[in-house]
Ligand binder design. Structure first.
Ligand SMILES: C[C@@]1(CC(=O)O)c2cc3[nH]c(cc4nc(cc5[nH]c(cc(n2)[C@H]1CCC(=O)O)[C@@](C)(CC(=O)O)[C@@H]5CCC(=O)O)C(CC(=O)O)=C4CCC(=O)O)c(CCC(=O)O)c3CC(=O)O
Ligand SMILES: NC(=O)C1=CN([C@@H]2O[C@H](COP(=O)(O)OP(=O)(O)OC[C@H]3O[C@@H](n4cnc5c(N)ncnc54)[C@H](O)[C@@H]3O)[C@@H](O)[C@H]2O)C=CC1
Length: 203
């Protein structure tokens, strides 16, 4: 297994199937900014609402090979094992394919994810127990509370600024470590004070 973080903004994702599992995968895709097409003769009310709100495109039919053209990432999420196998066959060997009922047929599995802005914590149990993955995700959400959203935005701003600073790498390293001081996690005021000092140094 080799974990990566995919950039899906504006990329085309095809989800075959319109049930509760498909809906969960769709939610993750929308959070990542993907353009989602759902191919399924039936869909849950939640998926229908997303379609009505133009958040996803829903083709109300069974999947055919033509549906995968242009897809960057594909989910075989029907309740029909043969239909899911067919998705894999037509997608070909060089595309990202997730298969919800026969995971080894696909090229990747979906972890449980805790998001705090730029901080993305993902948990996989290699198929041992999705419920354990979910539980550990919830533990991580408690350990890294909402403050981390603003905090990681602060760190991102400061690091981008420091990258442009024409100073010695020692000086940069010192600040890169200083900004990790615990005092900055919860205090917007302290973050702002650090930014102000940095803005004076790096113009
Ligand atoms: C291999 C993988 C492939 C993939 O889907 O990518 C896979 C496969 C299967 N899941 C099954 C069942 C369940 N899956 C969940 C939940 C989640 N499943 C997710 C991922 C994965 N599931 C991948 C591995 C992840 C890992 O290794 O840790 C999560 C983490 C992410 C997500 O789906 O977004 C999401 C929780 C996060 C959230 O809620 O956010 C629940 C619990 C629930 O629904 O509350 C149950 C019922 C309990 C049980 O069975 O354990 C079955 C049997 C189906 C059947 O019985 O027919 C298979 C098929 C098989 O194992 O062969
Ligand atoms: N990976 C995971 O996280 C989990 C996987 N599963 C597996 O996922 C499968 C799907 O689960 P649910 O979403 O709960 O099922 P569901 O019964 O709610 O939905 C199945 C959907 O597939 C559609 N479908 C059937 N044949 C199709 C075809 N040829 N082309 C396009 N769409 C088609 C149906 O119209 C329906 O919308 C289950 O059979 C189970 O084995 C179940 C729980 C978790």
């Amino acid at each position: 297994m080799y974990p990566i973080v995919l950039e899906l903004k504006g990329k085309q994702a095809v989800v075959v199937g319109g049930g509760t599992v498909a809906f969960r995968k769709i939610q993750g895709l929308l959070e990542a900014g993907a353009f989602v097409q759902v191919i399924s003769p039936e869909a849950t009310d939640e998926i229908k609402s997303l379609h009505a709100a133009n958040k996803v495109m829903w083709k109300q039919k069974k999947a055919e090979p033509v549906d995968y053209e242009g897809a960057f990432i594909i989910f075989a999420a029907t309740n029909d094992p043969a239909a899911n196998q067919e998705v894999v066959r037509y997608a070909g060997p060089s595309r990202l394919v997730n298969v919800v009922d026969q995971p080894t047929l696909g090229s990747f599995t979906v972890p449980a994810v805790a998001r705090r802005g730029r901080l993305v914590l993902s948990v996989s149990t290699g198929g041992a127990s999705p419920i354990l993955a979910k539980r550990i995700r919830n533990d991580l959400l408690a350990a890294y509370p909402e403050d981390y959203e603003a905090y990681t935005e602060f760190l991102f701003y400061c690091r981008e600024k420091l990258k442009k600073w024409k100073a010695s790498s020692d000086k940069k390293q010192k600040l890169l470590h200083e900004m990790l001081d615990e005092q900055y996690i919860r205090s917007g005021e302290k973050q702002q004070a650090f930014i102000d000092t940095l803005d004076q140094k790096v113009t």
